[in-house]
Design a protein around this ligand. Structure first.
Ligand code: ATP
Ligand code: MG
Length: 245
């Protein structure tokens, strides 16, 4: 489904990615693990078109998407969440779901930001999304009034609601309480049953063990090991990279 070929990326003097190659297989959960600063988020940003690599290519279903804009890549079916939650604090849950639904409709987006009343064609679908995600608030609730965990849930809901073939989640359970963590994990297990193709970044090794079909370990911008979870997670190089943090 996705192929990373010889990707390199430096930020000033920092070589964040030093020549990575790997494949993301369809209908599998692939986990990208590695210590802080390993380059995981940078790879996500490169795949999603938010960062241009210095060298290398990203192939998606055989097509070179390396130089495409983020919204084009999103429309091709790559949906993502961000490590730092990116939502508009003064807008409502419903506003966010409408914007996802009508991706690229500038008039609708302008009206939402001008606080004009926007007709929600799929009001019931949105209510269902909230129910599915265990978000108890109404569609009119402002992002300001949501907890950090609920914001993360909403971000995942938005990524899922967009028509997609590949879902990329950057630390979906980091920083949320145990209850929401379990909710998110259960949700991911359901997605796994549905054969979704997912690229997951997470530091929680136990979670990776329970969810992933394939694990890619990154350290200092290089893939140090990849394979089945129980092999990778006990590999001495991987253990050293984590313990050496
Ligand atoms: N926009 C940027 N400008 C400068 N340096 C950057 C930028 N983005 C990332 N870096 C650097 O690139 C390296 C890799 O960062 P990245 O965020 O990809 O790591 P990560 O594996 O996602 O880490 P974490 O687990 O902490 O999220 C780090 O040294 C980071 O400081
Ligand atoms: Mg990161």
């Amino acid at each position: 489904m996705l192929e990373i070929q010889g990707i390199k990326k430096s930020f000033g003097g920092v070589e964040a990615i030093k020549g990575s190659n790997f494949i993301i297989e369809k209908n599998k959960i692939t986990a990208l693990i590695g210590p802080n600063g390993a380059g995981k988020t940078t790879l996500f940003d490169i795949i999603a078109g938010f960062t241009r690599p210095d060298e290398g290519r990203v192939l998606y279903e055989g097509e070179d998407i390396t130089d495409k804009e983020p919204h084009i890549i999103a429309n091709l079916g790559i949906s993502r969440t961000f490590q730092q939650v990116r939502l508009f604090k003064n807008l409502t849950i419903g506003d966010h779901l409408s914007m996802v639904e009508n991706n690229g409709d500038m008039n609708l987006i302008k009206n939402i930001f001008r606080k004009k009343k926007v007709k929600r064609v799929k009001q019931e679908t949105y209510e269902q999304v909230l129910e599915d995600f265990g978000i108890k608030q109404t569609l009119e609730t402002h992002i300001n009034d949501l907890s950090f965990g609920q914001r993360k849930l909403l971000q995942i809901a938005m990524a899922l609601q967009k028509p997609h073939k590949l879902l990329m989640l950057d630390e979906p359970v980091a920083g949320v309480n145990k209850v929401i963590q379990t909710e998110i994990e259960n949700l991911l297990l359901k997605l796994k049953e549905k054969n979704e193709t997912i690229l997951l970044i997470d530091h929680d090794i136990e979670l990776v063990h329970r969810l992933a079909d394939h694990v890619i370990a990154l350290d200092a911008g290089i893939v140090i090991c990849e394979g089945a979870p129980n092999e990778v997670l006990k590999n001495p190089k991987v253990l050293e990279a984590y313990l050496g943090e």
